[in-house]
Design a protein around this ligand. Structure first.
Ligand code: NAP
Length: 539
């Protein structure tokens, strides 16, 4: 391949200026690399820049959901609430960018539209929508797992006379919904967070639900200053624990007792305790016993506990039954976390519409039509999720050695070694890529582990005068086999989830994240390094 008209040269191009991209830039500067970060948005924060829909909030406790890049940062920064809101998370990302003077290396409002590997020069050529070409040795995707928006292909959408928004592209200036009749499609984590807040603003809210989801109360509250002070005193210890646990949280591992080994009273006491007390994370409900993720009968005890909560909260029992998930084991889709979701259906201005029984037929100029009914709407909100994990990577049109496109290589689903690299694409690294724990553990811990691993690998190359790094096909095959083997041991594949790509029509059904636990995964990555990067080849 001949070199296109070169505009600039960097050691590394990082895609995305969310928590992963900012951390990667920080760490690559430490080893003296020149770096250009390409960011589609006009600001930093990634997920927390884009997802500014009403009610957006993280489901991991604030003290855990922070970066370890600098000991002074974690001491200086104060979180106002136990589960941080989008605005505070975006403020945190901005603080990091300013504090460490990162902005000078970030090119905003720019999308990477092509990346091609030049085998003659052992360099990547990166093209942007602004017409820039950048040559670099290392290409690192920090584009996130949930950043490629999924807007369903509803017939007639272009004819809609009102306004419509996808939750992950919510306008920065907000939307005044006072007095409006609003329809929201989607009841995943996003919809479940947005519904209670929207209900308070609008004249009437129609919630179009295709699949009911399990949700637990966040019990978000103002941060207790004494708790925060104490946590900061022991931050190092907390981080040491988080680096070893299966969840990536400073949190005790689940007990070894089965849900089926204890009495009904004891089981319900454990679930009730987790429901009421969410001091660690609302996901505690799934961790009361050892086998909720692996044994259907044990899982059902937990699922039925939540269904009974829904039946108690929602006054109209027909609505309550519709809200009770019955098609998948609890936890096999990302469990949702809410602030008053089920209670919202007791409001007179909220209507649940079952679009499983009465599917959406089309969008019409005045609203939305299901097969049986027409709903007149001023505003349509799509909380319809993402083309998860592979979507952001495939959108970059990456071409590796021998003209192999990533799209072709992953035609039957993503294949990687450790979720970090894929054969045929030298010096392409993925932060929290498919095949790593990523979305199944605390994202900040996962990001930092990957960023540090990639930084060390690059440092290893630079010190050794090495030109390329790429996995061996055999190591990649073994890892893909292992990722599947571990997923098969769980109930995860029983749900039509985005973990499996089931939410995107035509996407291969492959379980993408690594479910074997963050601690185990980290140990494997460390072992690979100790064994002189076993399974990777360098030139
Ligand atoms: P999601 O979990 O994929 O949910 C999308 C929703 O849209 C589902 O209810 C889906 O129904 C519905 N939907 C999609 N296409 C539809 C169609 N054509 N007709 C009718 N309904 C349709 O997406 P999400 O809620 O944005 O959440 C994605 C992930 O982001 C979460 O799992 C979580 O990891 C993360 N997230 C985290 C937080 C947090 O930290 N608190 C908040 C928001 C999101 P079906 O289920 O029937 O497909």
């Amino acid at each position: 391949m001949s070199a296109p008209g070169v505009v600039s040269h960097f050691d590394a191009v990082v895609v995305g200026a969310g928590f992963a991209g900012l951390t990667m830039l920080f760490r690559l500067r430490e080893i003296g690399l020149s770096v250009r970060v390409i960011e589609r948005g006009s600001g930093v924060g990634g997920t927390w820049f884009w997802n500014r829909y009403p009610g957006a909030r993280v489901d991991v406790p604030s003290m855990h959901y922070s970066l370890a890049i600098d000991p002074n940062l974690e001491q200086d920064w104060n979180w106002p609430e136990t589960f941080s809101a989008q605005a505070d998370l975006e403020r945190y990302a901005n603080h990091i960018a300013d504090r460490f003077h990162l902005r000078s290396d970030i090119q905003f409002d720019t999308t990477l539209i092509a990346a091609t590997y030049d085998e003659d020069r052992n360099r990547w050529w990166v093209g942007t929508d602004g017409g820039d070409t950048i040559e670099c040795k290392y290409l690192i995707s920090a584009a996130g797992c949930l950043s490629a928006t999924n807007v369903p292909d509803f017939a007639g959408l272009e004819s809609f006379g009102g306004s419509w928004y996808h939750t992950s592209r919510w306008p920065r200036e907000g939307v005044d919904l006072t007095g409006k009749v609003v329809g929201i499609v989607g009841t995943g984590s996003t919809g479940i967070q947005a519904v209670p807040v929207l209900a308070e603003q609008v004249k009437h809210l129609y919630v179009f639900q295709r699949t009911a989801n399990f949700s637990v109360p966040s019990k978000n509250k103002k941060m207790d200053p004494d708790f925060q002070r104490d946590w900061k005193t022991h931050y190092d210890d907390h981080r040491k624990v988080a680096r070893l646990t299966s969840s990536g949280l400073s949190w005790p591992e689940p007990p070894t007792v089965s849900a089926l080994e204890v009495s009904v009273e004891e089981r319900n006491r454990v679930y009730e305790d987790a429901w009421i007390n969410s001091s660690y994370t609302p996901l505690g409900l799934l961790r009361g016993f050892s086998d909720i993720a692996t044994n259907l009968e044990a899982n059902e005890t937990c699922a039925e506990f939540v269904r009974n909560k829904i039946r108690q909260i929602v006054k109209d029992q027909q609505v309550a039954e519709l809200l009770c998930p019955k098609d998948h084991p609890i936890g096999t889709k990302r469990i949702c976390v809410d602030d008053g979701y089920y209670e919202t259906f007791n409001r007179p201005n909220v209507t649940l519409v079952d679009v499983r029984g009465d599917p959406i037929a089309e969008v019409v100029p005045t609203g939305l039509r299901t097969t049986a009914t027409q709903y007149d709407l001023d505003v349509l909100v799509f909380a319809t999720g993402f083309d998860a994990m592979t979507g952001p990577l495939l959108a970059m049109n990456i071409v590796g050695r021998d003209g192999l496109t990533l799209r072709d290589k992953w035609n039957a689903g993503p294949v990687t070694y450790l979720g970090l690299q894929t054969v045929g694409f030298p010096n392409l690294f993925m932060i929290t890529g498919p095949g790593s724990p990523s979305v199944l553990a605390n994202m900040t811990t996962c990001i930092e582990q990957h960023v540090e691993w990639v930084r060390d690998a690059i440092e290893h190359m630079e010190h050794g005068g090495l030109v390329t790094m790429e996995p061996d096909a055999e190591a990649e095959d073994r890892w893909v086999h292992h990722v599947n083997e571990v997923a098969d041991f769980t109930l995860f594949k029983q749900a039509d989830s985005w973990y499996l790509g089931a939410n995107i029509p035509g996407k291969p059904r492959v379980f993408m994240p690594y479910v074997g636990g963050f601690g185990n995964y980290r140990a494997k990555c460390d072992q690979v390094v100790e064994e002189n990067y076993a399974g990777f080849s360098f030139t």
